[in-house]
Ligand binder design. Structure first.
Ligand SMILES: [Zn+2]
Length: 164
C-alpha cells in the first residue's frame, strides 16, 4: 500500500516537454498563447494550473509557481497561500466532475524525493478511487485511465473560469 500512497506523484509530465530546452514549467509560463494546447487550466497571480500529460488518474493536475524556485520555503507567502487556494479550487472542481473517493495532494522536493522536475517545485493534485490502482494500466511509472486529456481539460476548465 505504501507504493500506491507515494507513487502517484513521482513524475510530472506536461505538454510541450522536450529534452534539452530548459525548465518545462518556465516554458509553460512564458507562452500563454499555447495554454489550450498545453492544457493549462488556469493562471493565477503567482501560480498556474496544468494537467499532467500522463495522469495517474483522470483529472491529475499540477500547480506550479511562475517563479523558478526549487522549494516552497524560498517563495513568498502570497505565492504559497495562492497555491493552497488553487489546490482547494482544484479539489472542488475534481469533486464536482469526478466524484472521487479521495484525493492525493503531494510534492516531491529534490531528486532524492523523486521529483521529475527537481528545480521548479509543483504540487500534484489527483482524485483517487478505492481500488483504482487495480484497474488502471501502467505506462512507465504512471498509471493511465481511459479518458482523453482534452475531455478532462474541457470539464475542469469550466470550473476555474466560473470561480475566477
Ligand atoms: Zn522553471
Amino acid at each position: 500500500m505504501t507504493d500506491f500512497l507515494w507513487s502517484p506523484w513521482r513524475a510530472a509530465y506536461v505538454s510541450g516537454q522536450s529534452p534539452g530546452t530548459g525548465c518545462v514549467f518556465c516554458r509553460l509560463k512564458a507562452e500563454p498563447e499555447l495554454d489550450d494546447k498545453r492544457h493549462v487550466l488556469h493562471r493565477g497571480r503567482f501560480n498556474f494550473v496544468v494537467l499532467n500529460l500522463y495522469p495517474y488518474t483522470s483529472g491529475h493536475l499540477l500547480i506550479a509557481p511562475y517563479e523558478h524556485l526549487s522549494r516552497p520555503s524560498k517563495a513568498l507567502k502570497p505565492a504559497t497561500d495562492e497555491m493552497m487556494d488553487l489546490a482547494i479550487r482544484a479539489e472542488l472542481a475534481l469533486e464536482a466532475e469526478y466524484g472521487p473517493d479521495g484525493f492525493n495532494l503531494g510534492m516531491n522536493l529534490g531528486r532524492a524525493a523523486g521529483a521529475g522536475v527537481a528545480d521548479h517545485y509543483h504540487l500534484h493534485v489527483l482524485p483517487r478511487w478505492i481500488g483504482d490502482a487495480n484497474f488502471t494500466t501502467t505506462v512507465g511509472e504512471t498509471r493511465v485511465l481511459s479518458e482523453n486529456l482534452s475531455d478532462t481539460y474541457r470539464k475542469l476548465k469550466r470550473h476555474f473560469r466560473e470561480s475566477a
